[in-house]
Design a binder for this molecule. Structure first.
Ligand code: PEP
Ligand code: MN
Length: 263
């Protein structure tokens, strides 16, 4: 079902009017984790100011260590929804548990399935059985074929509103947090009809590489770029080192966008 051989035309995932896959670049920006209303509000304001319509932020955080901040859960989704509604933004947020999908429908506009859950087949099936766009991230060590099969699980349940996200894979290289597999973008665009987004934050894990990685993503045919922004990254409860602050966000967006187009 994901194959372009079966469906030659591009799938456009319409998220509250933002048509991901329409050939124009789209941006999914926001903090790593939802920490407070005040924090999300500041980010939502600058996202709206830049003319963007999507905000990301994790309420359920899949942390490597059980002792790290696990997210605010439902309270986090409520904060995200409130801040997004105040600026007419659409919400992208990760859900970890299939039992939370139903609840999430009231708060999110795109269900994110994280890298660590790319092969959580119950989660894929549950997300596939609801009428809500899904952003599926490539697993930490998943081949492109495994990634496409994971997406197939979602489409097989009837939900074809799927966005694929390349977020770097684990290799021997330690100069970046993960290795951005930039060639996955044109391969996924060729093999599937689904829109493709590149997460420059989790793939590079380096602030100095966000802009060049985003430019590369757009040049190679990605439909959207995801990156993290936090009002005060130094005190962020997760991914402190690689989130942009607000002035850096402005610089990043100005460098990527045709300023005339953004009011
Ligand atoms: C995220 O985007 O918040 C995240 C946890 O990313 P990943 O699943 O790609 O590690
Ligand atoms: Mn993060």
């Amino acid at each position: 079902l994901v194959s372009r051989k079966k469906k030659p035309e591009d799938t456009i995932v319409n998220v509250k009017g933002e048509k991901i896959g329409d050939g124009n670049p789209h941006f999914i920006m926001g903090p790593c984790a939802v920490e407070s209303y005040e924090q999300v509000k500041q980010v939502a304001e600058v996202i709206a100011e830049k003319g963007l319509t999507l905000i990301r932020g994790g309420a359920f955080k899949p942390r490597t260590s059980p002792y790290d901040f696990q997210g605010l859960g439902l309270e986090g989704l409520k904060i995200l929804r409130k801040a997004a509604d105040e600026h007419q933004l659409a919400v992208v947020s990760e859900i970890l548990n299939p039992n939370d999908i139903e609840m999430a429908l009231d708060y999110v506009d795109v269900i994110q399935i994280g890298a660590r859950n790319m092969q959580n087949f119950d989660l894929l099936k549950t997300a596939g059985s609801v009428n809500k766009p899904v952003l599926l991230k490539r697993g930490l060590a998943a081949t492109i074929e495994e990634f496409m099969y994971a997406a197939e699980y979602i489409l097989a349940q009837g939900n074809s509103q799927v966005i694929l996200c390349e977020r770097g894979i684990r290799t021997y290289e330690r100069a970046t947090r993960n290795t951005l597999d930039i060639s996955a973008v044109p391969i996924l665009k060729k093999e599937t009809h689904l829109p493709v987004v590149v997460d420059v934050t989790h793939s590079t894990g380096r602030k100095d590489l966000l802009l060049p990685a985003a430019k590369a993503a757009m040049a190679i045919g990605a439909d959207a770029v995801m990156a993290e922004v936090h009002p005060d990254p130094a005190v962020a409860l997760s991914d402190s080192a690689q989130q942009m602050n607000i002035p850096e966000f402005h610089e990043f967006m100005d460098a990527l966008l045709n300023k005339e187009k953004v009011k």
